[in-house]
Design a protein around this ligand. Structure first.
Ligand code: UD1
Length: 421
């Protein structure tokens, strides 16, 4: 296994190019199964989760070519002949569960392993299954697998998501476009990942209205065509580097290829810390404040503060001048990074779904362990402000979600070295 050795106390100065979004690309890859024509996606990041999803597509018989240097994926799903996503692959990545909606939507049958829990507690799929049933698809459970069966056309109807769920919204859309006469998703996820999926599907010939609002309405079409589509930039990567520039004294980063419209009120919250944030088209510039002010946040569904940035924000607050808190209302138990930050000398305390932070803490390099993707990048952020060197173990989590993290950070002054554990 790989680890990072991080030498701390280096300001970050220069330009970073933002990669394509992982979470937005995965539903697009699944959508390629809905047409017999070739589909090409550009701006797809070279990440472990993308390799895993490509393999899931290959298992069912799709031809997948990943032109890694060009960040392009070409998919031809004309010969899909095995309608099953096995446990081995689904357990590696929950998003493989999108295969359920895509396969039953196109072929009327799917057998997909139930995903397991994850590092931040149980992550149910009950809404995915209840929504499919409400649509008229028959769902049965068989030895850890979900089996979905549908007639050529199902009646559809409507289903209300409570709570709003990105994954369930995506699975229901994938299932409905070719199969449900008319289907309405209420309290649908409004995340840019969902909006991009609907835009691409509509360009392929689907009839989806209301993407980006609470109510998405899908009407059946008989077939979808292929085409070439560009994947959105990664808003979580953008937010992570904006936080990096803010919490590292004397830093000044320019992030290239962003879509600031996908950031909700994040830039405004960051300005409240004293950081200078300017947005000019696809470029976002962030200068660290002289004194970092404590700004408490609560996560929420889009356009609220993303749960995927709360660990990084809490890490930044360990350097702020005073008391603050981070509350996660999307996932109540996503604080596995807290004990690791404490090992570096931070002063944090978790109570239920809230972490209280007393800053500023002088952090001192230590050995710490990655537990999940966003926790891992938070440890990198912390190690970069700590005295001396830190060792971050099990960074395979980072390779799932940040394209060439050490390359990008080292180019702006960080000192990260990858080594064998
Ligand atoms: C996606 C993102 C993940 C992000 C999350 C929330 C991907 C691959 N992952 O995950 O990075 O943190 O959105 O923005 O895009 N829920 C249920 N029943 C269900 C489904 C969800 O109760 O059937 C609950 C969850 O426990 C959670 C909430 O709904 O409390 C939101 O989860 P959801 O939006 O589904 O997250 P994911 O799509 O799994």
């Amino acid at each position: 296994m790989d680890k990072f050795i991080v030498k701390g106390k280096t300001p970050l100065r220069g330009d970073i190019s933002i990669s394509g979004s992982k979470n937005a690309a995965l539903p697009l890859l699944a959508a390629a199964l809905l047409t017999d024509e070739p589909v090409r996606f550009s701006n797809v990041p070279r990440l472990q989760d993308i390799y895993t999803f490509n393999n899931v597509l290959r298992v069912v018989g799709a031809q997948v070519q990943f032109l890694e240097e060009q960040n392009q994926v070409h998919i031809d799903a004309n010969n899909v002949n095995y309608l099953e996503a096995p446990y081995d692959l689904v357990r590696k990545m929950r998003a493989s569960f999108y295969m359920l909606g895509a396969l039953v939507g196109k072929h009327g049958y799917a057998k997909v392993s139930m995903p397991g829990g994850c590092a931040w507690g149980p992550r149910p799929v009950d809404l995915h299954l209840k929504g499919l049933e409400a649509m008229g698809i028959q769902i049965t459970l068989d030895k850890g697998y979900v089996v979905a069966k549908a007639d050529d056309q199902v009646s559809g109807g409507s289903f209300r998501l409570e709570p709003s769920s990105v994954g369930a919204t995506i699975n229901l859309i994938l299932a409905a476009v070719l199969r449900a006469k008319s289907f309405r998703i209420e309290n649908a996820a409004k995340e840019p990942d969902v909006v991009q999926l609907c835009r691409v599907l509509n360009e392929m010939g689907a009839r989806i209205e209301g993407a980006g609002t609470d109510t998405i309405h899908i009407q059946k079409v008989d077939k979808l065509t292929g085409g070439t589509f560009r994947n959105d930039p990664d808003r979580i990567e953008v937010g992570t580097f904006m936080i990096a520039a803010t919490m590292h004294p004397d830093s000044h980063l320019r992030l290239l290829g962003c879509n600031a419209d996908h950031l909700g009120n994040f830039p405004e919250l960051l300005r409240q810390t004293g950081a200078q944030v300017s947005i000019d088209g696809e470029t976002i510039e962030v200068k660290a404040p002289e004194v970092l002010q404590p700004v408490s946040i609560t996560t929420g569904i889009y356009p609220g503060f993303p749960t995927d940035l709360q660990a990084q924000w809490a890490t930044m607050l360990t350097q702020a001048n005073g008391h603050s808190s981070v509350t996660d209302t999307v996932y109540f138990d996503r604080f596995s990074y807290v004990p690791e930050l404490s090992r570096l000398g931070a002063d944090l305390k978790v109570e239920q779904n809230k972490v209280s932070i007393h800053g500023p803490s002088k952090l001192e390099g230590a050995s710490v362990m990655s537990t999940d993707l966003r926790a891992s990048v938070s440890l990198v952020l912390a190690a970069m402000v700590a005295e001396n060197s830190s060792e971050i173990l099990r960074i395979y989590h980072l390779d799932r979600g940040y394209e060439s993290l050490e390359g990008k950070l080292n180019a702006v002054g960080a000192k990260l070295t990858r080594a064998q554990e």
